[in-house]
Design a protein around this ligand. Structure first.
Ligand code: PLP
Length: 405
């Protein structure tokens, strides 16, 4: 299938290239020492992940532990209110731990086991990645060090408790602003020291090669399942698909199943309080090319060219860059990246809860809000939304800040 002059039949063979580039985006901008460690992971990934044993073990885990395949639900009542467009959701909220993140964490931890590593290392901001990785580490009997800024540790007490209950070691990072950026630096430094016995597990399609590729591949199960299920359910492909984009892992896994199809693809970034720098985290829509955390992508920069402060009501979406493959698909025009603000997000959170009995994560509510607007614009057809996670984690915050709508 050709989109905007680009051939997508061979897309996954060609991207990323051997150095981890999607066009000019991606790569591995890291120290020699870390590069050696990343090369070891790349090599292991290419051999181990093709082995029948690894593939069948991952399949079994997905079925028996995670509860995959997750279903697709038809949003009949919500669609009825909007007119003639039918909305559907891929239910990653029903994946074990309540979100898509476990898909790549189980893959990364299984890879660690096959590589003979004893420990997994990561950073976490809001704690969602930390909880998913701690779950995977518990399942495989691996040690787990999660680096977290002290500011975030105070803000995210329930997730800190979850990680500790799951047996993870939460390492407090106190320097600088003591939030995600410092936690990333500390986790990278720890990995450089400990890479012989450990593996670094990133939380999205971010970071140096091979992570954007590996996390996409582990998340591609979402897109593969969704495509099959949707065709089985309706007899055809959806006209459009929608997912929220923070780092971009749920979106990339979901989109990968449909890149070669005649399907319109939409990635939704958080507009937060508005289009002023500092009030949103829409790096694909408003960012410029830049390198951070070891990779080249589109990035929101401050006046000094450093990563800008960002904001979103959804803590899982407030990152000043996005995965390099999204930047590539953005420039190609294969995926349309657009924005939804906090207000529309909260309305969609209540709309899905009240009309369908599904309480979505605030992150996922961005995709739902966008699909509602798109449905009104399209007038007819079908839209499949990736519901990346459930909203239990967000309920206290929403009730306190917005009340019941
Ligand atoms: C972390 C998270 C996201 C954002 O991460 P991506 O890598 O962009 O998918 C989205 N939804 C939920 C529920 C999350 O926990």
């Amino acid at each position: 299938m050709i989109h905007n002059g680009m051939e997508f039949d061979t897309y996954f063979k060609n991207y990323p290239d051997k150095d981890g580039f999607f066009g000019k985006y991606g790569g591995a901008y890291i120290t020699e020492e870390l590069k050696a460690a990343m090369d070891e992971i790349t090599e292991a990934y290419f051999t181990i992940c093709k082995s029948a044993k690894f593939i069948s073990e991952l399949r079994r885990i997905r079925k028996e532990f995670q509860g995959r395949p997750t279903p697709i639900s038809h949003l009949e009542r919500l669609s009825g209110k909007l007119g003639n467009v039918q909305l559907y959701v891929k239910r990653e909220d029903l994946n074990h731990t309540g979100a898509h993140k476990l898909n790549h964490c189980m893959g990364e931890a299984l890879l660690a086991k096959y590589m003979g590593k004893k420990k997994v290392i990561a950073e976490t901001g809001a704690g969602q990645h930390g909880v998913a990785l701690a779950t995977a580490a518990a399942y495989f009997g691996l040690e787990c060090d999660i680096y977290m800024g002290s500011v975030d540790i105070k803000k995210q007490a329930p997730n800190v408790a979850r990680m500790k209950i799951l047996g993870a070691n939460v390492v407090e990072v106190t320097h600088g602003l003591a939030t995600l950026k410092e936690a990333v630096d500390a986790a990278f430094a720890a990995y450089a020291r400990e890479y012989k016995d450990s593996i670094y597990c990133i939380g999205s399609v971010l970071g140096p090669h091979p992570f954007p590729m590996m996390v996409r591949d582990f998340q591609s199960v979402v897109g593969i399942e969704a495509r099959e299920q949707f065709i089985e359910m309706t007899g055809e492909l959806p006209d459009a698909i929608v997912a929220c984009v923070g780092g971009g892992s749920n979106a990339m896994g979901f989109f990968s199943g449909f890149l070669n199809d005649p399907v319109d693809i939409y990635g939704v970034e958080p507009l937060g309080r508005g289009a002023t720098l500092g009030d949103h985290a829409a790096s694909l829509k408003y960012g410029e090319e830049g390198i951070m955390h070891g990779f080249n992508s589109l990035m929101l920069k401050d006046e000094n060219g450093e990563p800008a402060p960002v904001y979103s009501v959804a803590s899982g979406l407030d990152y000043p860059s996005s995965g390099p493959e999204h930047a590539f698909l953005h420039d190609l025009g294969r995926v349309t990246y657009d924005v939804i603000d906090d207000e529309d997000t909260i309305d969609a959170f209540f709309a899905l809860s009240k009309t369908e009995g599904i309480i979505p994560a605030i992150e996922s509510s961005h995709a739902v809000a966008y699909a509602i607007k798109l449905a009104q614009k399209m007038g007819r057809g079908s839209i499949l939304i990736n519901l990346s996670g459930r909203g239990d984690k967000d309920m206290d915050f929403i009730i306190e800040k917005y009340g019941i709508r």
